[in-house]
Design a protein around this ligand. Structure first.
Ligand code: ATP
Length: 654
């Protein structure tokens, strides 16, 4: 931990300043042109100071006696304020009281924990009580402070440094914010899954100090419980101490977190952006005050075994499997291993023999990009205006303190009313149900209904509405004639057959696929980035119950001439340069679909025996995928995935 304090030698001693000269700050904060968001204090250096909260910022000012402007000793977005606390008793009349301030402060591109204390004069005691309450309201908005956190630590993450990263950085920040912590080290593979399956639901957050692998295990553990739906209302928050290698491809990015050693951490990229993927302090802030982001999950039924797995990032076939598991021996390279694996695969240009059946909801790239951009604009607008998104008022640094306090006050009224209603309803709810409702009510809000809840599979049997019970058993899907079939077995490309024509009466859902195009890979995902340098699904979003599927063809088919040529390797290699910006999205040889269900069959098991879910390999005969909207929850500082530049500006093609 790097703790920044003001003159530690002064702070360490038991500080009793001499009586202060009466200048212009002897009386209460609201006088002298100040407002009630200012609190006069005595600083560590025995000078007079002022704590202020204004326009979303928290400042510690040192005041001068001679009318010069105050010196800003600390200035930070209110979002980074973790805790303010008045020590001592309100009845200790006539005594100075110690006020502790724990905050994250910006140090270059990093955040560091700062702990400081100041003294409050007796005359300002009553105001200080109020000020602390107001400051905490401003810092947390509608988010409940002092969360109960289960922190799972994979001691083998980060080249074995995960433990020391936790000790030095993670724990001090979480403790500094007053979180109630239970820390558990994982001792073996799948341990996190066991913990999530068996734990008491006494936590506000499950934090994972590791990579995506531990999140995958936690989600699968929660989903396997008898009370899965209830359990999955507990949000998961990743802290990127996990992966094992130093990133080589983007040394500039790697330098953002010198204490981190990492390779993928896709969830962190999607939550915090490429630049802050490995920003551990930011990830801790997310544990402390992140908002619920309902997450779609894929239920994947493996055949013939009938085993069901849940995935939250990706499903890969073909070349991308080779990237995930064929480059394990190159993990020391970090992101570069994916790049090299990709180049190897493109050079081989292997036609992967499989059959895909998809319940396509949309396949028009221009329309999908437009909608995704509109959604992201709405999210930004809602954030800017402090309006409700995902059922929650926006806050945390985007609003002035007053707006935040108002938001909180509004919420308190609702809580009280809710409480009254609860009391009237009597004792008919068990404790677990109450806890779930408390989590959902306080954090996701009542309006977190999905924007789109597609019918999954025609038989509709794989979803149920029991909010406390287990997940309904997975059943094989039953595709009908409205599903799109893509098959890479034919030797010669054919024009699309009639059977793959209009879906649900809506014109072409083929995404430009022509029967017979070879498949280099199928890569399906639930969030935009799969790694910092690959935004494979730039229009992916959470909460709609849709899986974004990319089918990369090995031939290109110019629609005018119907001539078939191999996708030039140079095209694929060039696509790499724009991969981190999602530019491959526009390549004609990359077919893109939003689907609510998908089936895949292996047509050449000898040649390729595996597929991957979130990077974990499984035997591939066939599998059935359904998307379950908003089943799990993660935490996000803004309540949505990080908005990429692709969504902000890359719409020239529309
Ligand atoms: N004590 C342990 N001993 C051995 N394996 C462990 C232990 N604790 C966790 N694991 C395993 O480590 C893996 C998790 O690693 P991690 O979370 O870094 O995932 P990852 O897939 O490497 O992530 P990323 O793709 O983000 O790099 C899981 O397979 C988990 O079962």
């Amino acid at each position: 931990m790097v703790t920044i304090t003001f003159h530690p030698e002064i702070l360490k001693r038991d500080f009793h300043p001499p009586p202060l000269p009466v200048i212009f700050l002897t009386t209460r904060g609201r006088h002298h042109g100040m407002n009630n968001q200012d609190l006069p204090v005595v600083l560590h250096n025995e000078k007079r100071g002022l704590l202020t909260i204004e326009e979303g910022r928290f400042d510690v000012l040192q005041l001068s006696k001679d009318g010069r402007p105050p010196k800003r000793l600390l200035s930070s977005p209110i979002r980074n304020l973790l805790r303010v606390r008045l020590a001592g008793d309100v009845h200790q009349l006539g005594q100075h009281r110690r006020l502790e301030i724990h905050s994250l402060i910006e140090k270059g591109s990093n955040l560091r924990l700062s702990k400081m204390h100041v003294l409050v004069e007796p005359i300002n005691g009553p105001d200080a009580e109020q000020w602390v309450e107001m400051a905490m309201s401003a810092a947390y908005g509608d988010v409940k402070p002092f969360r109960r956190v289960l922190l799972l630590v994979n001691p083998f993450g980060g080249k074995g440094k995960a433990k020391s990263i936790c000790k030095e950085t993670v724990l001090p920040i979480l403790e500094g914010a007053g979180c109630k912590l239970d820390v558990k080290e994982t001792t073996h593979r799948l341990h996190a899954e066991e913990i999530a399956r068996d734990m008491a639901l006494d936590y506000d957050v499950i934090a994972t100090a590791s990579g995506d692998g531990l999140v995958y295990e936690v989600l699968n553990g929660l989903a396997s419980r008898k009370d899965a739906r209830n359990a999955m209302s507990i949000p998961v928050a990743p802290i990127p101490t996990g992966a094992q290698c130093i990133a080589l491809r983007h040394p500039a990015q790697a330098s953002h977190s010198p204490s981190h050693a990492g390779s993928a951490n896709a969830l962190c990229t999607n939550l915090f952006g490429v630049k802050d993927t490995y920003n551990i302090a930011l990830a801790c802030l997310n544990v402390i005050k992140g908002r619920n982001l309902p997450l779609d999950l894929c239920s994947v039924l493996l055949m013939p075994s009938g085993v069901r797995k849940w995935c939250f990032i990706s499903i890969a076939l073909g070349l991308m499997v080779d990237l995930d598991i064929g480059t394990e021996h190159m993990r020391w390279m970090g992101d570069t291993r994916f790049l090299l694996g990709f180049l190897k695969g493109v050079a081989a240009n292997k036609n992967f023999q499989c059959r895909l059946r998809m319940k396509v909801v949309e396949s028009d790239k221009v329309s999908m990009a437009r909608k995704a951009r509109e959604r992201s604009q709405e999210q930004v607008e809602a954030q800017r205006n402090g309006k409700v998104t995902n059922g929650m008022p926006r806050s945390n640094g985007q609003l002035g303190a007053n707006g935040l306090v108002e938001a909180v006050n509004g919420l308190k009224v609702e809580e009280e009313e809710e409480q009254e209603g609860e009391d009237k309803r009597g004792e008919d709810k068990n404790g677990e149900e109450r806890k779930r409702e408390e989590r959902e009510g306080l954090e996701a809000g009542p309006s977190s209904a999905p924007e789109v809840v597609p019918t999954m599979n025609g038989n509709g049997s794989n979803h149920d509405n029991d909010h406390n019970g287990p997940m309904a058993e997975a059943k094989p899907l039953e595709p009908d004639e409205t599903w799109l079939t893509i098959e890479s077995a034919s030797k010669k490309p054919q024009i699309m057959s009639k059977g793959n024509g209009p879906v649900n009466g809506v014109a072409d859902k083929t995404g430009g696929w022509i029967d017979g195009e070879g498949i280099l890979y199928m890569y399906a995902g639930l969030m935009p980035w799969v790694a910092r340098d690959l935004m494979q699904w730039p229009v992916a979003t959470s909460g709609q119950g849709l899986l974004d599927v990319v089918v990369q063809s090995v031939v290109s088919v110019p629609t005018s001439s119907r001539a078939y040529t191999q996708v030039p390797r140079a095209t694929m290699v060039n696509a790499i340069t724009g991969a981190e910006k999602g530019e491959a999205y526009w390549m004609a040889c990359q077919h893109y679909y939003k689907v609510s269900a998908l089936m895949a069959e292996n047509l050449d098991p000898q040649a390729q025996a595996l597929f991957t879910l979130d990077g974990e390999a499984f035997p591939f005969t066939s599998f059935h995928v359904e998307v379950h909207p908003r089943l799990a929850n993660v935490l996000s500082l803004d309540g949505h995935f990080f908005i990429s530049d692709f969504l902000k500006k890359n719409h020239a093609k529309e």
